[in-house]
Ligand binder design. Structure first.
Ligand code: FAD
Ligand code: NAD
Length: 475
């Protein structure tokens, strides 16, 4: 095998592996180095997303939601069951099978595209040399014309709360529980907290979420946050805002979590504690001396709009650089960089990155919230449509939530679309496409939506922005 490549990608997660594949599609010679090791010691491409994030969490969300619906919704459909149960081991086995299939699929993709897959550690040296240390300890120095850093992120730890991998865990640990904790506490009511809290709550855990901020889901449109909080409360998620955790101690009767809120010092005793307070860039031993690559004050690799680092022909993408820590954002950056390296056009539209929270109801949005649009000085018009008025949603027994369109009152440009309700994560794709093409609300209004579909809610919300909705009264 050659030690020289046009492109070496360090990190094979959802930012790195697409960069490698697109670079190979662009007829460049490519190696992708990844050091991920699973609990059983096996190596796997796919990074956090495929091994311990997006995919396993969605597998467990789906299984637990099916159980929840069998318990609480089937009867409304007239479906009767003679006892409903679940088997955590079977759910975990299914999850593990999906993860294995998806991660092994990357190796097949690499083979098809002609990418050299190297499992082990990569360290950038000066002059675009890369030191590769295989999992067997053998070292080789590789030379690249371009290097793409895609080393991802890791969970943040909380002072006074030490992970023990058993009772006090991060998100990966929370995806591996072998049984349902009777009493569960999650620190952080963000995306991970809500998704993983939902999984275990649906399976029966008494779940308390301790959130430091006074406001729930501040990044979402405030109407969505309010609606979400209402549903989560009904589902039994005990979300305590303004709760500042100071300690967690494992004792024989459980984990004692110490926190303060408006009422003073509190202690909560639980069987398991999940810490989900955000993630930080992972760049441990990534950069040797004299690379010229700079990190910012929070540890992110510094890049420009096109993901160029301070060192010539060294690029960085995904969670290790600024911007939302989302797999699809990293993927687009990886692909754009691989195109730019090949001299093609490459671009990421950072204004149009969708966010999805895979709870029930699902939450999804793209663009500006109503509050952000107003704060930016835009005069807005708003159209909303409740799923309770959607025939398809009613047929699905999923009438909770709504779709909200925020448009500029003068130009009619769509500024943001916000959805809480069934399949919101799928419905948002139409909104993303509309905004990518700078659509007006009238463009959406004049687009035919199949009946009866959930997507009619997006159509009707756009119509409502001009008080022309058909299926709800216009106010
Ligand atoms: P990573 O996926 O972290 O991959 C980086 C890879 O590089 C890893 O394999 C790492 O081992 C390897 N690496 C690091 N340094 C080196 C080195 N020096 N040498 C060799 N290899 C190295 N995002 C979504 O968009 N949707 C979701 O539904 C979603 N769900 C999530 C659920 C959970 C529980 C978690 C934790 C995250 C979730 N995310 C989700 C976030 C998503 O996982 C990340 O945004 C995404 O994985 C970032 O991709 P990346 O390639 O930048 O980094
Ligand atoms: P997050 O930023 O979404 O939420 C962390 C929450 O913890 C925040 O609400 C924050 O206020 C709170 N917090 C911080 N410090 C705290 C403290 N000391 N005590 C109590 N609360 C505290 O981060 P996350 O949920 O850990 O997720 C990490 C990243 O992974 C996010 O950037 C997210 O985008 C990504 N992710 C995405 C998805 C998805 O797209 N569906 C799913 C999971 C994770």
């Amino acid at each position: 095998m050659s030690d020289s490549f046009d492109v070496i990608v360090i990190g094979g997660g959802p930012a790195g592996y697409p960069a490698a594949i697109r670079a190979a599609q662009n007829k460049l010679s490519v190696a992708c180095i990844d050091e991920w090791k699973n609990r059983d010691g096996s190596s796997a491409f796919g990074g956090t997303c495929l091994n311990a994030g997006c995919i396993p969490s969605k597998a467990l969300l789906e299984s637990s939601e099916l159980y929840h619906r069998a318990l609480h919704e089937f009867a409304a459909h007239g479906v009767t069951l003679d006892g409903v149960g679940f088997d955590v081991a079977a759910m975990q086995k299914r999850k593990g099978g999906i993860v294995r299939q998806m991660t092994q699929g990357i190796l097949t993709l690499f083979k098809g595209a002609g990418v050299t897959a190297l499992t082990g550690h990569g360290r950038l040296l000066a002059d675009k040399k890369v030191e590769f240390t295989g999992h067997d300890g053998a070292k080789r120095t590789l030379q690249a014309k371009h290097v793409v850093l895609a080393s991802g992120s890791e969970p943040m730890a909380l002072r006074g709360v030490a992970f023990d991998g058993e009772r006090i865990v991060d998100s990966w640990g929370a995806l591996e529980f072998g049984e349902v904790p009777k009493r569960l506490c999650v620190i952080g009511a963000g995306v991970i907290g809500l998704e993983l809290g939902s999984v275990w709550r649906r399976l029966g855990s008494e779940t308390v979420m301790l959130e430091a901020l006074e406001q729930f889901l501040p990044m979402a449109d405030s109407q969505l946050s309010k609606e979400a909080a209402r549903h989560f409360k009904k589902q039994g998620l005990d979300i305590r805002l303004g709760a500042k955790v100071s300690s967690a101690t494992v004792k024989p009767d459980g984990v004692h979590v110490g926190y303060t809120d408006a009422k003073g010092a509190q202690t909560l005793v639980v069987d398991r504690l999940i810490v989900a307070i955000g993630r930080r860039p992972f760049t441990k031993d990534l950069l040797g001396d004299g690379t010229g690559v700079a990190l910012d004050e929070r540890g992110f690799v510094q890049v420009d709009e096109q993901c160029r680092t301070a060192a010539a022909d060294v690029w960085a993408v995904g969670d290790c650089v600024r911007g939302p820590m989302l797999a699809h954002k990293g993927k687009e950056e990886g692909v754009a960089v691989a195109d730019l390296i090949a001299g093609h056009y490459g671009h990421v539209n950072y204004k149009v990155i969708p966010s999805v929270i895979y709870t029930a109801p699902e939450i999804a949005w793209v663009g500006q919230t109503e509050e952000q649009a107003k704060a930016a000085g835009r005069s807005t018009k708003i159209g909303s449509f409740p799923f309770a008025a959607s025939g398809r949603a009613k047929a699905m027994e999923a009438g909770a939530g709504f779709c909200k369109v925020v448009a500029d009152a003068g130009t009619d440009e769509i500024l943001g679309i916000h959805i809480i309700g069934p399949m919101a994560g799928e419905l948002i794709a139409e909104a993303v496409l509309a905004m990518e093409y700078s659509a007006s609300s009238e463009d959406l209004q004049r687009t035919i939506h199949a009946h009866p579909t959930l997507s009619e809610a997006v159509h009707e919300a756009a119509l409502a922005a001009d008080k022309r909705a058909i299926d709800i009264p216009n106010r």
